[in-house]
Design a protein around this ligand. Structure first.
Ligand SMILES: [Zn+2]
Length: 180
């Protein structure tokens, strides 16, 4: 793209022409924003909904099936860990909604909150897996607590963190509005 005033070649995402100082009319020009739109219109809301349900399931010990009350009686610490982890998962779900709103408003905090969300989406289950052996006195190991689905979602969270890091780093110039 080129400056409308002096025709200098501009790098994509530039807000002001470095030669003449002319404001570039549309800083979105040259950027593909499809992923951004997908995130703020669908993906983050879906993540929040899934997170909310998952949080309630973790809290109630859904993974332990019909025996969850007996298991909780046997390992009282596991109940504490489950309730705590469930709360964290729901808080992370709420963060997805906040990140979507900040991204929509092009706030500088938007990409940061998104990365925080992705990071916590990865770290929270890892913390839970590591706390389960402690809570059960070693009866249940971290690998016993991890099923195939957990492994896939962990990998997915890590991948999303990297994708968003690269995507929003390239578009950092678009997210310059301060404030909270
Ligand atoms: Zn210019």
């Amino acid at each position: 793209m080129h400056c409308a005033n002096c025709n200098a070649a501009l790098t994509e995402g530039t807000a002001v022409c470095p030669r003449c100082g002319q404001r570039v009319e549309d800083p979105f020009l040259g950027f593909s924003m499809a992923w951004y739109k997908f995130l703020i219109n669908f993906a983050l809301w879906a993540s929040a909904a899934v997170g909310l349900i998952r949080g309630i399931r973790v809290m109630r010990g859904a993974a332990y099936g019909a025996y969850r009350e007996d298991i909780f009686l046997l390992f009282p610490k596991l109940k504490v860990v489950s309730i705590g982890a469930g709360c964290v998962v729901m808080a992370v779900a709420f963060l997805a909604v906040v990140a979507a709103q900040k991204l929509r408003a092009m706030k500088k905090s938007g990409p940061m909150l998104l990365l925080l969300f992705c990071g916590l989406n990865f770290l929270a289950p890892v913390a839970l897996l590591l706390l389960v052996p402690w809570a059960t006195g070693g009866t249940v190991g971290p690998l016993d607590a991890m099923n195939g689905l957990t492994a896939v979602s962990l990998l997915e969270s890590l991948l999303l963190f990297v994708i968003n890091l690269i995507y929003f780093k390239k578009r950092a110039v678009l997210f310059r509005q301060g404030g909270h």
